[in-house]
Structure formats: structure tokens, C-alpha cells
Design a protein around this ligand. Structure first.
Ligand SMILES: Cc1cc2nc3c(=O)[nH]c(=O)nc-3n(C[C@H](O)[C@H](O)[C@H](O)COP(=O)(O)OP(=O)(O)OC[C@H]3O[C@@H](n4cnc5c(N)ncnc54)[C@H](O)[C@@H]3O)c2cc1C
Length: 340
């Protein structure tokens, strides 16, 4: 185990913020993870678990030990297996998009809608990643975790993970003790992609794909994302900065009195999802720049680092947007990325 001191995290977060870790270690097995946790206990320092850094805003240097999860491995269970299904065990340190591409090459289907989401496989259950009508929770059988408190390894069934919209047990006080070491997926052997998401099905129809394959869905998702979302390699960002708020009928009716054109989609009974991007855009924030950070000029939901910005500036900008949206619309926006 190689513990480094004062390690720059600039290349370890998609905003590209120039912060450092007091101590840093990359672990490639559960045994190394255990060793790192024991070291932190001996030294009485805090730990911070890091995957690909694509859903984090570092507002300061990290004190204590940053543990970068680099546990690899993709193993399919081909015999015995349930009909039409392929159980796949994936190490938490595998890169998510590369995994999606690999499964397609192997003719294992079901992840194609989640193409091009940055980050690691182990972080996918943390906020229950979702895109184009599919959430990882639908493809997960169980999650293997390590308890920092006890040093035990546990298997959590998907039903125990409290998955919701960008939510899971790992975002609660109870789950904060767990480090995800592997995920167990249930993929399909039948090429029958989910095209229920309107923007996706429209794009596929325009291309003349009336019964698209998973590969065509994958290609189209990559194309749409490439057009819509800024590439963190070009301009630092963490994807969508706010969740889409879910409001009740009364709140929607009130909003529609002054904003009859507000887009809204049915969610849980009696509730509607409203695009946070629409609210932020209508409030005039799109393209807004302050210091070296701002709101992307084509995508109101994405906050960006224009160059030498820092996490504190992003946090202040996000707070100002949140306050403004609450004042204008009475809607409370919730942050998506972790703030440190
Ligand atoms: C351009 C762009 C587009 C994006 N699009 C989407 C999208 O469409 N849908 C979507 O849902 N998200 C999206 N995201 C957000 C992000 O990619 C996902 O949340 C991703 O799962 C984060 O993975 P990561 O490895 O980078 O996590 P990190 O940023 O490293 O960590 C995120 C959080 O999870 C914790 N964590 C990480 N790994 C583990 C682990 N093994 N065990 C326990 N805790 C862990 C960290 O401590 C942190 O709190 C996007 C981000 C970007 C930059």
C-alpha cells in the first residue's frame, strides 16, 4: 500500500479544482481497502472515498486519507443462470462507460441507456444513476460493501438499498459507513432496449430505427449526450447540478397560474416532476458567469469551471440560484453532487 502525502486531486475531480489530499491511497482489493481503513484508524484521521470524482465539488483541501477505489474485475456467471439473464459481478473501480461498452460487445443487454455517464461502477448505486428512462436500480441484483466501522463485508440486496430518484441508502447516515466494493448486475440476453424516454425514441424514429437494437440505442444516447452536455475534459463540470424537483398537485396549480407553459411529468401518485433546467433557464441564469465559474450557456442545469474557478465559488453560485428559484417559484432545489 502506497500512501502519498499532499497529493493533488486536480486530475481526480471532473470540475478540475486544484485541491489536495492530506493523504492519498489507491486500493485495488478489499484487503488493501481494509489496510487503508486500519491505517486511518491508527493515525486517527478521517477518510474520504473517491471514485472517478465526477459527482463531487471540492471546496477545500481534503484533510485525512482519500481512498481511491480501483478494485477491478468483470465476471459473468454463465452456468447456472436464470433464463434470459446474465448475472455480472463488477469491481467498484471499473470505469462505468467502458463497462457499458464491454457488456454490449458481449451481447449482454440492459445498460445501453446509461452510456457515457462518467465515473466508476462502485459509485453508480450511490445516487442510483439514471438517464434516458433507465436507472441502475433496475439492473442491480445486489451490492457488495465493506463496513468501515466493523471491517466486515456485507451483501446488500437491491431491495435493501432504498433506491429512489438519485437516492439510496448510501446517502443516509446508516449507509455512510459502507464502501461499495463490487456490484452484481442482472443483464439480459435478449436485445430489447427500453425506448420509452421521449427524446430518445424521437431521435431513433428520425433515424428510421423503428425497432432499434441496443447498439443503436447506445450510439444514439452517446450522440445526444455529446451534443447536450459539456465534456469535462473541455470545461470542468459535474453534470446536472440539481435534481429535478418533485412537487404536489397544489404546488403545480399555483405555479401554473403565472407559468402556464411549465413542463411537468407525472411522478409518484399526485406528484409531478418539473425540470430544474427550465426553472433556472426561465429565471435568466443560463450563461451567467461570476468569477471563474458559471452556468453553462447551453445547458442551464450544468455549473461549470471556466478555468481557475474553485469549489467555494461554485457553492456560492449554487446557493444564489437555489435562493432565487425558491423566491420566484416557491420550489426548493436539491443539489446532486457531494459537497466537501
Ligand atoms: C458530464 C457528466 C454527465 C453526467 N451525467 C449523469 C447522468 O446522466 N446520470 C447520473 O445519474 N449522473 C450523471 N453524472 C454524475 C456522475 O457521473 C455519477 O453520479 C457517477 O456515478 C459518479 O461516479 P464517480 O465514480 O465519479 O463518483 P465520485 O464523484 O468519485 O463520488 C461521488 C460520491 O460517491 C461516493 N463514492 C464513490 N465511490 C464510492 C464507493 N465505491 N463506495 C462508497 N461511496 C463511494 C463519494 O464519496 C461521493 O460522495 C454526470 C457527471 C458528469 C460530469
Amino acid at each position: 500500500m502506497n500512501i502519498e502525502s499532499e497529493k493533488s486531486l486536480k486530475l481526480f475531480n471532473s470540475f478540475g479544482f486544484d485541491v489536495s489530499a492530506e493523504f492519498f491511497v489507491s486500493v485495488s482489493s478489499v484487503a488493501e481497502l481494509h489496510e487503508a481503513i486500519c491505517w486511518s484508524k491508527q493515525k486517527s484521521v478521517a477518510t474520504f472515498i473517491l471514485g472517478g470524482g465526477s459527482n463531487i465539488v471540492f471546496t477545500r483541501n481534503v484533510s485525512g486519507l482519500v481512498i481511491h477505489i480501483a478494485i477491478k474485475g468483470i465476471d459473468a456467471e454463465t452456468d447456472p443462470r436464470p433464463a434470459d439473464q446474465i448475472p455480472l459481478r463488477v469491481g467498484a473501480g471499473e470505469q462505468w462507460h467502458a463497462l457499458v461498452a464491454t457488456t454490449l460487445k458481449l451481447n449482454y443487454f440492459g445498460l445501453e441507456n446509461l452510456a457515457l455517464i462518467p465515473g466508476s461502477a462502485g459509485a453508480a448505486p450511490i445516487q442510483n444513476i439514471g438517464a434516458y428512462g433507465v436507472e441502475i436500480a433496475e439492473r442491480l441484483n445486489s451490492v457488495e460493501v465493506y463496513s468501515k466501522a466493523t471491517g466486515d463485508t456485507l451483501l446488500l440486496n437491491a431491495a435493501d438499498c432504498q433506491f429512489g430518484y438519485r437516492h439510496s441508502i448510501f446517502k443516509t447516515a446508516q449507509g455512510a459507513d459502507y464502501v461499495v466494493t463490487a456490484i452484481n448486475l442482472n443483464l439480459l440476453t435478449r436485445d430489447k432496449p427500453n425506448t420509452t424516454y421521449r427524446a430518445l425514441s424521437d431521435a431513433l424514429t428520425r433515424k428510421g430505427y423503428l425497432r432499434p437494437t441496443a447498439q443503436q440505442v447506445f450510439d444514439e444516447v452517446c450522440a445526444i449526450r455529446g451534443e447536450k452536455l459539456p465534456d469535462p475534459q473541455q470545461i470542468g463540470n459535474a453534470g446536472s447540478f440539481f435534481k429535478n424537483p418533485i412537487i404536489d398537485r397544489q404546488q403545480l396549480d399555483r405555479l401554473m397560474e403565472n407559468n402556464p407553459e411549465i413542463p411537468h411529468y407525472p411522478d409518484k401518485p399526485g406528484h409531478f416532476k418539473v425540470p430544474a433546467a427550465w426553472l433556472i433557464d426561465q429565471a435568466g441564469w443560463k450563461g451567467h458567469q461570476i468569477d471563474n465559474v458559471g452556468v453553462h450557456n447551453a445547458q442551464a442545469l450544468v455549473l461549470v469551471n471556466h478555468g481557475d474557478g474553485n469549489g467555494q465559488q461554485i457553492a456560492i453560485l449554487a446557493n444564489n440560484i437555489k435562493k432565487d428559484i425558491l423566491q420566484r417559484y416557491g420550489v426548493l432545489l436539491e443539489r446532486e453532487p457531494t459537497l466537501y
